[in-house]
Write a protein that binds this ligand. Structure first.
Ligand SMILES: [Zn+2]
Length: 488
């Protein structure tokens, strides 16, 4: 029997507002001492009233628009009732039947293939407190209680673990471009539960699914889904496919999912409209104004980098992932193109080569960010001009850039001081004596060459390059040597 996976994701994104969703508490509680960013409102004391944070709503709407969701002109908050130690009020303010937004999608690139993943909804809610499990007891840190969350639910459109991972990575990038969240999975800013079931290929029915929890990295999402596909396949092949919905936890160390609970019926949260917060009503104009305010999103930027600058898919991906590097490439290319007779693609190619492949490595080695570069943009452009004019060869150019990173000095000054420049084509001062010396020391090879063994030319070129520490253009050396070796 041929089976296919049916995967859906439920994602929580922590929004980086200054204050919490319904009170004025500092929203940087994760880096503060436990239980210090709390107040009677987020602790659910009797008589307190929640006031929605307009910035949280704005951020959620930006996220929804970027995911092509329809913003509902009318939506409301609801109470989701359940009892748990991490929930100070005994209910969570969330959105139930009238969410902020519905019916969207995100296109992701998988190799050369574009895959569209439908998105059911994005709604706003508040986060719970954090439970700290010790050996003998469990402690509660309420700093996180009341932090704004955007909950995103995809349709069961995802067909492979790799696609699930790619979806999450693109989502993280979008949240960062929108500046609504750091979306760091390891820090819990982006949390994901993955639902998966299998079905025989050709069927459209959905079978009871498994919900996988404790996924705190892109890798664990991919691995847990792979494991679950294998586990469920075995059940199907044995003629015993899962008959009830189950929740399983991912055990990263053992690489297996572990059964947490099976549920026959849907949990009853006794949702009802939050009586203390009026509904959210937006005009169409307001929504359009928010849409117009969206920045260029990663996918559009990748397309633009490929079309306008002629970048390869890999370079475009890199420069979109690292937004600062992408901005830097654009600025360098603009400055460089005016020096290269307006040839934007040639300028972009040169700039990208050095930014992606060499500068990134140097920054990494020196633990520097791009905005901490010790040299200016125009110094970097000057450096690239030396390379473009072949005034320095590629080996020495790397040394030169290394020196610029270390000292912040002008490329021309370093080239001069460290003798890194390419010698001019007809520079007999150096080339002449060097070739003469080498020919004298290798008289036998000279005779062999003259007797017809012309393959020895490479041997001589190598010696000259070594003697001049690569400062001469190999082509020039070759031509000069051929002349000299011909004999008088
Ligand atoms: Zn508070």
């Amino acid at each position: 029997m041929k089976l296919e996976p049916v995967i859906g994701l439920e994602i929580h994104v922590q929004l980086k507002t200054k204050s919490k969703m319904f009170c004025a508490c500092d929203n940087t509680g994760e880096s503060q001492p436990v239980n210090t960013t709390i107040c009677p409102v987020c602790m659910g004391h009797p008589g307190t009233l929640p006031v929605p944070n307009i910035e949280g709503i704005r951020m959620a709407i930006r996220a929804a628009l970027a995911l092509n969701l329809n913003i509902n002109q009318h939506s409301k908050f609801d109470r989701k009732n359940y009892f748990y130690p991490d929930l100070p009020k005994g209910y969570q303010i969330s959105q139930y039947d009238e969410p902020l937004s519905q019916e969207g999608y995100l296109d992701i690139e998988l190799g050369d293939e574009a895959v569209r993943v439908g998105i059911e909804r994005l709604h706003l809610e508040e986060d719970t407190a954090k439970l700290l499990h010790g050996e003998a007891s469990t402690l509660v840190d309420f700093n996180r209680a009341g932090t704004p969350l955007a909950e995103i639910v995809t349709k069961p459109d995802i067909k492979t673990p790799a696609a699930a991972k790619a979806f999450l990575q693109e989502l993280r990038l979008i949240m960062r471009y929108l500046e609504v969240s750091e979306a760091d999975m390891e820090k819990g800013h982006l949390r994901c539960d993955a639902n998966i079931s299998l079905r025989p290929v050709g069927e459209s029915k959905l079978y009871p699914k498994t919900e996988i929890k404790n996924l705190n990295s892109f890798r664990s999402v991919e691995h847990a889904l792979q494991h679950e596909i294998e586990r469920q396949s075995e059940l199907w092949q044995a003629g015993q496919p899962p008959t009830v919905t189950a929740t399983r936890g991912w055990d990263e160390k053992k690489g297996v999912t572990v059964l947490q609970r099976e549920k026959e019926a849907v949990h009853d949260y006794r949702y009802f409209p939050e009586p203390d917060i009026p509904p959210l009503d937006f005009t169409a104009e307001q929504i359009e104004a928010w849409r117009a305010d969206l920045p260029e999103l990663p996918a559009a930027r990748r397309r633009r980098f490929k079309a306008d600058y002629g970048l390869s898919a890999a370079d475009a991906k890199y420069l979109v992932e690292d937004r600062a590097a992408g901005d830097f490439m654009v600025r360098v290319t603009t400055a460089l193109a005016s020096e290269l007779e307006g040839d934007v693609k040639a300028a972009a190619k040169l700039a990208t080569n050095w930014i992606v492949h060499k500068l990134a490595e140097l920054l990494n080695e020196n633990h520097l960010r791009l905005d901490q570069l010790p040299f200016s943009l125009s110094q970097f452009v000057g450096f690239l001009m030396l390379v473009a004019r072949r005034q320095v060869n590629s080996t020495n150019a790397q040394l030169l850039l290394r020196q610029m990173t270390a000292t912040g000095k002008d490329p021309e000054a370093i080239m001069e001081a460290d003798n890194l420049g390419q010698l001019a084509a007809g520079d007999d001062d150096i080339l002449g004596p060097t070739v003469e010396k080498i020919m004298a020391a290798n008289a036998e090879q000279v005779n062999q060459y003259r007797a017809g063994k012309t393959a020895l030319l490479k041997f001589f070129v190598g010696l000259v390059m070594r003697d001049t520490k690569g400062r001469v253009d190999p082509k020039t050396v070759e031509e000069y040597l051929m002349q000299q070796l011909k004999g008088k």
